[in-house]
Write a protein that binds this ligand. Structure first.
Ligand SMILES: Cc1cc2nc3c(=O)[nH]c(=O)nc-3n(C[C@H](O)[C@H](O)[C@H](O)COP(=O)(O)OP(=O)(O)OC[C@H]3O[C@@H](n4cnc5c(N)ncnc54)[C@H](O)[C@@H]3O)c2cc1C
Length: 461
């Protein structure tokens, strides 16, 4: 039976290892940190579930929920409280709700847009007229900023696209690829011309299929670490787990040799489930061009900071999921989630938890600040935006260095080249958030597909 070395014990590597275990194939999981799970990290403090990394996954991507159910955790699944789904955007220092009916940056209802103080009259008029655009022939990849500005104008980039993408990708719309990040909108532009008309048509089709009311996000009651802990439990008896940093990989006699901590581990197959820049560094002596392409995928770094309060100590929480701070209005905070409002069961009634997101493209200097200074800056923002000056009862801070891959313009072409080069090395697979999707379900899907392909002796695509 061939043996596979998996490098990286985040959710991608864990899902891959689980797939090997299910197939009865031999795998060794190598993880640099003393714990498995990668950026998925959950703490429970005073009964509050605090996510240090991702807090949920998109329900529209089935690989997450499928795995959760397969592991017998279906009873732990919870959905976002979509009936309270108001998100605010900061404009002139005030929280302004995103107009009702907005699908990312695409307006689908007239009156809420007309009445919203978030955008000026010029932008509103332009958004209305966009409805009449004709389909356009396919075009080369562009930045998200160029695409959205073309449809709705600059203000829609600054007050919708930028804060939304900074909150999800830690990325800048000037650099992110519309083909990779908003593929569905590119498709709608091609078919309908107008994004608004396209989204309305897609919504009608979803209504006819009865899928329109699916919740936006799903997660686990006790946090996403329930998923990684269960995966770990399932693989431990069958799969060797080594906690150590893989330093180099080499190809010798048709096999892979992984060096770590003075030891060399031999394997028939190699599954790189680590960050692309790590995969690139590891493959330097195997394939220089492949290594360079992997290392060229940019990453951004970020910080999450949760602040927990007794409800009676803090000010009123605006109804909704939280708020986004556009770059034009930003000091430290990029986004803030009102955890107890977004998900049921996560925060007892006695408490309020704000989960703050900082850093990302253009804001990575915050990673070098001390914990005290970071907390001070976030509290200054909360005081300015929410009028809250109370001392939090607890804080939890996580720094994520070079953790979020950036799908910049040309990303799809680069990934196709990477896949082609990797296919020339028998027994090599790459999976994770750097390639065809950044979210947890994408990582699970690519990790499992890569493992299935290696176990079957075929290529994953
Ligand atoms: C702050 C934050 C919030 C997010 N929020 C969401 C969200 O709400 N929903 C969502 O769907 N997605 C979210 N994401 C994205 C998603 O969480 C990640 O894309 C996904 O979890 C990445 O999993 P992974 O296993 O590919 O990588 P990682 O979790 O980064 O794991 C890679 C692992 O490889 C190990 N490694 C690297 N190099 C080596 C080496 N040489 N030897 C041994 N081990 C090595 C690392 O130590 C690490 O543990 C978020 C990401 C971040 C950072």
């Amino acid at each position: 039976m061939p043996r596979t070395a998996i490098i990286g014990g985040g959710v991608t590597g864990l899902a891959a290892a689980y797939e090997f275990v299910c197939a009865g194939a031999e795998a060794v999981l190598i993880e640099a940190e003393p714990r498995l799970g990668g950026v998925i990290q959950t703490d429970v403090v005073e009964g509050c579930v605090i996510e240090g990394g991702p807090d949920s996954f998109l329900s529209a991507k089935p690989a997450g929920e499928e795995l959760v159910r397969e592991l017998g955790l279906g009873g732990e699944l919870i959905s976002s409280n979509d009936h309270q789904r108001v998100t605010y955007v900061v404009r002139h220092g005030r929280l302004v709700p995103l107009p009702d009916g907005l699908m990312m940056m695409v307006p689908t209802r007239v009156m809420p847009l007309v009445l919203s103080p978030l955008l000026g009259w010029g932008t509103k008029l332009r958004m209305g007229l966009e409805y009449f655009r004709r389909p356009r022939p396919a075009r080369a990849d562009r930045s998200v900023a160029e695409f959205i500005e073309d449809h709705y104008g600059r203000e829609a980039v600054d007050y919708l696209a930028e804060p939304l993408l900074a909150g999800v990708y830690g990325g800048s719309p000037e650099r992110l690829s519309v083909e990779s990040v908003l593929a569905r909108f590119v498709e709608l532009e091609r078919s309908y011309g107008s994004l608004t008309r396209g989204v309305l048509a897609a919504r009608r089709a979803a209504r006819a299929r009865g899928t329109e009311s699916a919740p936006l996000f799903r997660t686990l009651k006790g946090g996403l670490a329930q998923l990684t802990a269960e995966l770990e439990k399932r693989i431990r008896p069958h799969c060797r787990v080594i906690h150590g940093r893989a330093e180099r990989v080499e190809r010798a006699g048709g096999r892979w040799a992984v060096s770590l901590g003075g030891e060399t581990l031999d394997a028939d197959n190699l599954l790189l489930a680590c960050q692309a820049w790590q995969a690139g560094a590891l493959l330097r002596s195997v394939d220089e061009r492949l290594s360079a392409e992997l290392e060229a995928i940019p990453y951004t770094s970020s910080v999450t900071l949760a602040l927990g309060y007794r409800r009676e100590d803090c000010g009123p929480v605006p109804p909704g999921f939280g708020f986004l701070v556009p770059a034009r209005e930003r000091k430290a905070l990029v986004a803030c989630t009102f955890v107890g409002a977004k998900f049921p069961h996560r925060v007892p009634d006695s408490h309020v938890v704000l989960r703050c997101f900082l850093g990302g493209a253009g804001g990575e200097a915050v990673l070098e600040l001390s914990d005290e200074e970071l907390i001070r800056q976030v509290r200054a923002d909360l005081s300015r935006l929410l009028g809250w000056d109370a001392d939090p009862r607890f804080t939890r801070l996580r720094r994520w260095r070079r953790a979020m891959a950036q799908y910049e313009v040309g990303h799809a072409r680069r990934v196709a080249a990477i896949r082609e080069m990797a296919a020339r090395h028998p027994g090599l697979e790459l999976a994770g958030n750097a390639y065809e999707g950044i979210g947890v379900p994408d990582c699970i899907r690519t990790g499992r597909a890569a493992a299935r392909a290696l176990a079957a002796g075929t290529a994953s695509r």
